[in-house]
Structures are given as C-alpha cells and as structure tokens.
Design a protein around this ligand. Structure first.
Ligand SMILES: [Zn+2]
Length: 202
C-alpha cells in the first residue's frame, strides 16, 4: 500500500524561461527532468506520484495543475521551479542574485512552515547556494488567499500542503550550472525525497 499520493508539478512548458547564462537550456525543461528523478526517488520510498506534465511538451493551466492535487486526494503538491530576479534588479546585479526560496500555502501555516524550512535548508546545502528562506505571498486585498495560482488551486481543491520550490536562479552562472547537470539533479531529488520521507513519517 502506498504512503499517499504526491503531485509533482514541473513548472512551465518545455521552452518556458530560457537560461540567459547557458544557451539552449530552458527552466521548463530542467524542471521536467527534476520531476522525473524525484518521482523515482519518492516511489522507492513507497509514495504514489502523479505528474502534472506527463510529456515534456505538456503545459497545463495553473488551475489544472493545482486542482490535480485536491481532485485526487493528494497528501502533498510540489511545484518545481528555478528563479529569476525581478525587473527592479539593477542590471549589474542581475546575474549575481542566487539562492533557494520556498513558498508555502497560507492555508495551513502550522503544518507547512516547518516543511518549507526543511526544504530550504536541505536544498541550499545540496546546491551549495544561499537560502533565501520560507515565505508566503497573499493575493492583493485577500488576506489568507495564496497569490500563486498553483498553491491557490491546490488548497481550494482540498490539498493544503502545497509548495513552490525555487531551486536557485537560472540567471546565475553557479546555480544554472548545477541545474543543468543531471547528476546534480538526481542528488537534489534524493535529498528532497528524504525531506518528504521525514515530513510524512508515521
Ligand atoms: Zn518558474
């Protein structure tokens, strides 16, 4: 018997967000590679796993991605991404910003915050990069409602244990080199599966 269903959401589509520092590499492709490694790592720990993108070219809406969690009674929804600086970042800083950020659903702060902190610590150590912390973002003028669509729709459909992990910045040469390496991705998947294993230990 499985320990519960986990939804892995590889962010964007195949050609979403080109890496500015490595030509021909895309965030949406590397997120998909990470989801594949993480699926195997979680299945080996007896979790059941569903992907929001079964083929690399799939690109469902944010609502379809999030709803998959509640509609299938998932215990965890995990959206996999890498980051890029905001438009206010000065050009001379753009490639220097790096580090891991973990956003968690505000719908269950008590349960989600410790898991978000554990992800941040483990991933920043694995990637040898900065840990920018665990955070929430509320919808403007709607306190308690998640700003990010996948978190909002996961929680609304019934899965409140929902996270977006920004695995470093694909705009930073060091973070991008890590993310573009399959062996590093496999290592990252293993440590994330360990965090999940502990979070859902019986
Ligand atoms: Zn992204």
């Amino acid at each position: 018997m499985s320990r519960g269903l986990i939804i892995l959401d590889a962010g964007h589509g195949q050609f979403g967000n080109p890496y500015p520092v490595i030509e021909g590499v895309y965030e949406g492709t590397r997120n998909f590679v990470l989801a594949g490694f993480l699926k195997s790592a979680l299945e080996s720990k007896s979790f059941a796993v569903m992907l929001t993108r079964n083929a690399i070219e799939d690109d469902p809406s944010l609502e379809e991605r999030g709803r998959l969690a509640g509609d299938n009674n998932a215990i965890l929804f995990l959206s996999l991404h890498s980051n890029a600086p905001g438009s206010a970042t000065p050009p001379d800083r753009y490639n220097k910003v790096r580090g891991v950020s973990v956003y968690y659903s505000m719908s269950d702060e008590e349960k989600n915050l410790p898991i978000a902190l554990a992800f941040g610590d483990a991933i920043a150590a694995c990637m040898d990069t900065e840990n920018r912390g665990a955070m929430t973002r509320a919808y403007p003028d709607q306190p308690g409602v998640d700003y990010y669509g996948v978190l909002r729709h996961s929680a609304a459909s019934g899965c409140k244990c929902a996270f977006i992990i920004e695995h470093g910045f694909h705009t930073n040469p060091e973070d991008a080199a890590f993310l573009n390496n399959d062996a590093c991705m496999a290592k990252l998947a293993d440590i994330e599966a360990e965090v999940i294993d502990k979070a859902f230990a019986i």
